[in-house]
Design a protein around this ligand. Sequence first.
Ligand code: FES
Length: 56
Amino acid sequence: MYICICHGVTDTQIEAAIENGSTTLQQLNKELKVGSQCGKCCQCTKRVLNKKLNQI
Ligand code: FES
């Protein structure tokens, strides 16, 4: 599912980045550019991040 429309980033890509060591929204922003344009995906990205961090 697409999380960030501006940069075409999916939840799978976000989860993979978290598995590779990203633990903050800032790091995800640096790696995938999520949230760096309109910012509307920030809440959703945070949800994916928190869910994934709780699993690992
Ligand atoms: Fe992610 Fe716009 S949807 S920056």
